[in-house]
Each structure stands twice: as structure tokens, then as C-alpha cells.
Design a protein around this ligand. Structure first.
Ligand code: GDP
Ligand code: GDP
Length: 465
């Protein structure tokens, strides 16, 4: 979980030039997300041994004219300034360090002053960078930026690369202290994250869960800065809801900041045991739902697919059948057809239970939590090595590995290396000889024998030594 450094400033000061220089060829995190096909805006980088994620806020599409959260609009002509201010506001809310970039060639503009006014109010570290100081005269001119009230400007030229090292030093100095290696694992707390696209009902579900539980234990500041976890008890079990601050915040910010929420949701997924993946019953399955599901699977987490707003889907059906009384079987029919949609769209997580729910009415909210707890327990199941090897040997007998290298694959034995997530190590003659389809076959045999309903499991192949 890397700290976030956001670059803000009005258009054309050189934000993306600086960003590209820092990120270079490195991979941007969200590049392949459906619907986020713009240039890379996020990138991981490091300096002096500290890793952080750099965000070029200039590319964030906030939607013109959309009122974004609590942003105070400037009254400047056009939406452009609203846009810049909204980016700055978001940076204040989401980033650990803010780099405010100005243009040493043009000097201070009123837009710079507006952004500075906003930034002066935050307690987060703000670093002023005067860019385009390509020569000595410009570097001297840059002192005028002192008057923005944000301290000494770091004078840089993103094109030439001068001063950028100093800027990175300042950034690294301002980063929050490095986090502890790993959150200590409290085995009796089940960590649950509520995940989904904007507007699927995450904050509503959070409230429904909290509303059902009288015994909220406490808010626990999470390890990620600004994340608030919430502990509660449900049927005698301890549950920690991960990053509820992120959920609430997303609720009141316009859709355009999806990129921040994407990053946030990735972090929540990393930290949870079981993810509640919300999809919107009234809209069907979106590409982004599939993407998020893939991410949960890749992180080997437990998952409950929650088809939320089921009340709306039911209402729609009733209206379709105008004049005809809704019969109990109607719900079953439509649930079955929705199940098919999910089975097709999320076919890489066939193990996930699907629950039709309404955060609004509370329908099945209890069942969501019950399922999540069950899955959390399944993730701690230990399979005896002897039983495991019976199943594996039987699988091999029934279906020999395909030969994909000159030597056929030989599996000597398997053992469960860890729980949460269930992780199985197979000792083989040659790990490279394990074909993807054979790995899937083995996983399916393990699931037939031991179920692992609701959770991803991990298979690893090691050479026998
Ligand atoms: P953004 O809108 O803030 O992301 O700005 P860009 O990165 O797109 O840069 C706007 C223009 O300024 C481009 O033509 C860049 O080539 C130019 N530019 C960026 N950095 C420098 C610099 O250090 N010196 C000079 N002379 N031009 C720069
Ligand atoms: P978030 O962006 O994922 O946190 O979504 P919200 O919880 O803010 O919900 C978005 C909108 O959907 C709000 O207007 C909610 O009132 C509405 N909503 C959420 N859950 C349900 C539900 O189960 N049924 C209905 N009818 N509306 C819902």
C-alpha cells in the first residue's frame, strides 16, 4: 500500500510532462480498466528507497459542470477552473502529499491564487513546484511564487530534468512514515470489504449493516491513511468492515473520480478476507463489475456477489406484468435468469455465492454477512496431507497431464502450505511443465473434494528438491 502523491495545478503548467518523466515506461495501474482508456494517470515510482504512487490529476475527468462534492466554485469563466479546483479538492481528500505545480514562465495567475487559497487550508503537506524554469533568469523569477503563501518554491524544469531530484527529495521527506511490514493478523476478526462501482449501493449497504447491529464496537483507524475501519459484532463474531471512510466518501463525490476510488478499492481488496462485490440489479452486469471480480480473484480473496437493488428489479418485473399479480415464482424465475447472467459474466469465480438483496429495505442483508462469515471460516480449513494426496493421485489417474514439454509432468505429492487463503503446494519434476488447463483441472478436483465454496484458492508448483 503505497502513499499517494498528487500533482495539481492549472492546465499547461507541465504536470503530465513531469509525470511522464517520473513514470517513464513503468506500468500504470489502471490502464486496462474498461472505461478508463485515457492516458496513464497513475504510476508507481520510487526515490531514495521509498515507493509511492504518483497521480497526474490533470487527466482526471470530472465531468464538466458536475458539482463535485464540497468544492467551492470560483466563479471563474468556464468549467475549466471548476475542474482544476475539483482536482485540488480531491487531492486534499485522497492524497498523502500534494505537489502544486505552477509555471515560472507565465508567473502567478489568478487561477494559481485560487488553487493556493484552497491548498493553504489543508493540513496535508503541499509542495510548491515552479516548472519551466529552463534558465537562470527564470529560476530567479521563480521567487515571486513565495507570495502564494505555500513556502519556498522548488524550481524545476520538467523538460530538462533540472531540479526534479530536489523535488523528489521534498516529496519523500513529506511522505507519511513507512507502514509496519504487515497488519498483524488477528485470526478471530473477519475483515470484510464492500466493493463495487459507484452508485451500486455500497454506502447504503454499509448503513444497512450498521443499522442492524446495535453493538458497533469502534472505529479503528486503518493502516492506510484516511481509511477508517469499523469493528462490529454479528452473531457473536467479530467483523471488521474495511475502509468505510472510502465508501462514505465515494457516496458523495461525483462519478468522475472513479480513478481514485479504483485505487482505494484495490487497497480495500488487498486488506480484506472476504469482499462483498456489489452489482446493480437494475442495470445488469457492467464491464467494470467483471474487472473488479477479477481483481478479487487475483488477490485470492473470498467473495460474495451481492445483486443489490433487487427491490427495483422486482418492481420492474411487476410493472412489466401489469395487471397480473406478482406470483412467488416470478421472483424465482427472474433470479434464475440473473444468476445466468452472473454465471456467464463472472465465470472465473464460479465458487462465489450470489445473493439477491436490497440495501434499501434490508432484504437479505443478514444473509450477506452470514455467507461472508462462512467463507471466512472455509478459508481457514486445513486439509490433511494424506487426504489431499489421495485426491491428487486419484485426479492424476483419471486424467494424465498433457505433455507440453519434452518431459511429461510428474506430480510427486502435494501439501497445504497455508490457510487464509488456502494455498496448496505441488511438488513436481518441472514447474514449467504445468499447463494452465491442468492447473485448473486440479483446482476443480480439489473443489469437488473439499468445496472451498466462496473463496479463491492458490495452487503453487515447486520443483522437488
Ligand atoms: P499539463 O496540462 O499541466 O499536464 O501540462 P503539460 O505537461 O501538457 O505541458 C504543457 C506544455 O508545457 C507542453 O507543451 C510541455 O512541453 C511544456 N512544458 C512542460 N514542462 C516544461 C519545462 O520544464 N520547460 C518548458 N519550456 N516547457 C515545458
Ligand atoms: P455507492 O456509491 O455505491 O456508495 O452507492 P449509494 O449507497 O450511495 O447508493 C446509490 C443510490 O442507490 C442511492 O440513491 C441509494 O438510495 C440507491 N440504493 C442503494 N441501494 C438500494 C437498494 O437496495 N434499492 C434501491 N431501490 N435503491 C438503492
Amino acid at each position: 500500500m503505497k502513499p499517494l502523491v498528487a500533482i495539481v495545478g492549472r492546465p499547461n503548467v507541465g504536470k503530465s510532462t513531469f509525470f511522464n518523466r517520473m513514470i517513464g515506461e513503468r506500468l500504470a495501474i489502471v490502464e486496462d480498466l474498461p472505461g478508463t482508456t485515457r492516458d496513464r494517470l497513475y504510476g508507481d515510482t520510487d526515490w531514495n528507497g521509498r515507493d509511492f504512487t504518483l497521480i497526474d490529476t490533470g487527466g482526471l475527468e470530472l465531468g464538466t459542470g458536475t458539482p463535485v462534492g464540497q468544492v467551492g466554485l470560483t466563479g471563474q469563466p468556464g468549467d475549466l477552473m471548476d475542474h482544476v479546483m475539483a482536482q485540488a479538492q480531491l487531492a486534499i481528500e485522497e492524497a498523502d502529499v500534494i505537489v502544486f505545480m505552477v509555471d515560472a514562465r507565465s508567473g502567478i495567475t489568478s487561477a494559481d491564487e485560487d488553487v493556493a487559497t484552497l491548498l493553504r487550508r489543508t493540513k496535508k503537506p503541499v509542495i510548491l513546484a515552479a516548472n519551466k524554469a529552463d534558465n537562470a533568469a527564470r529560476r530567479l523569477d521563480a521567487v515571486e511564487f513565495y507570495s502564494l503563501g505555500l513556502g519556498e518554491p522548488i524550481v524545476i524544469s520538467s523538460i530538462q530534468g533540472s531540479g526534479t531530484g530536489d523535488l523528489l527529495d521534498e516529496i519523500v521527506n513529506a511522505l507519511p512514515p513507512e507502514e509496519e511490514e504487515e497488519e498483524e493478523e488477528e485470526e478471530d476478526v473477519v475483515r470484510i470489504a464492500i466493493i463495487g462501482r459507484p452508485n451500486v449501493g455500497k454506502s447504503s449497504l454499509l448503513n444497512a449493516i450498521l443499522g442492524q447491529q446495535r453493538s458497533i464496537v469502534s472505529d479503528v483507524p486503518g493502516t492506510t491513511r484516511d481509511s477508517i475501519d469499523m469493528d462490529l459484532e454479528f452473531e457473536g463474531r467479530k467483523i471488521r468492515l474495511i475502509d468505510t471512510a472510502g465508501i462514505r466518501r465515494r457516496g458523495r463525490i461525483a462519478v468522475g473520480i472513479e480513478k481514485y476510488s479504483v485505487l482505494r478499492s484495490t487497497r480495500a481488496i488487498e486488506r480484506c478476507d472476504v469482499a462483498l462485490l456489489l452489482v446493480d440489479a437494475s442495470e445488469g452486469l457492467a464491464a467494470q463489475d467483471t474487472h473488479i471480480a477479477g481483481e478479487i480473484h487475483e488477490h485470492t480473496k473470498g467473495v460474495v456477489v451481492v445483486v443489490n437493488k433487487w427491490d427495483i428489479a422486482q418492481q420492474q418485473r411487476r410493472e412489466e406484468r401489469e395487471g397480473i399479480y406478482a406470483r412467488p415464482e416470478d421472483e424465482i424465475e427472474s433470479a434464475e435468469s440473473y444468476r445466468e447472467v452472473i454465471a456467464e459474466g463472472l465465470k472465473f469465480i464460479p465458487y462465489a455465492p450470489v445473493i439477491f438483496a436490497s440495501a434499501k429495505s434490508g432484504y437479505h442483508v443478514k444473509s450477506i454477512l452470514e455467507n461472508a462469515l462462512k467463507i471466512a471460516d472455509i478459508r481457514f480449513v486445513r486439509i490433511a496431507t494424506s487426504r489431499l494426496n489421495e485426491v491428487v493421485q486419484d485426479a492424476i489417474r483419471r486424467h494424465n497431464p498433457t505433455v507440453i514439454r519434452t518431459k511429461p509432468l510428474k506430480i510427486f505429492y502435494a501439501t497445504q502450505a497455508r490457510v487464509n487463503p488456502p494455498t496448496f503446494v505441488f511438488f513436481v519434476n518441472d514447474p514449467q511443465a504445468v499447463h494452465f488447463s491442468y492447473e485448473r483441472y486440479l483446482e476443480n478436483r480439489l473443489r469437488e473434494a473439499f468445496s472451498f465454496k466462496g473463496t479463491a484458492i492458490r495452487l503453487q508448483f515447486r520443483p522437488r528438491t
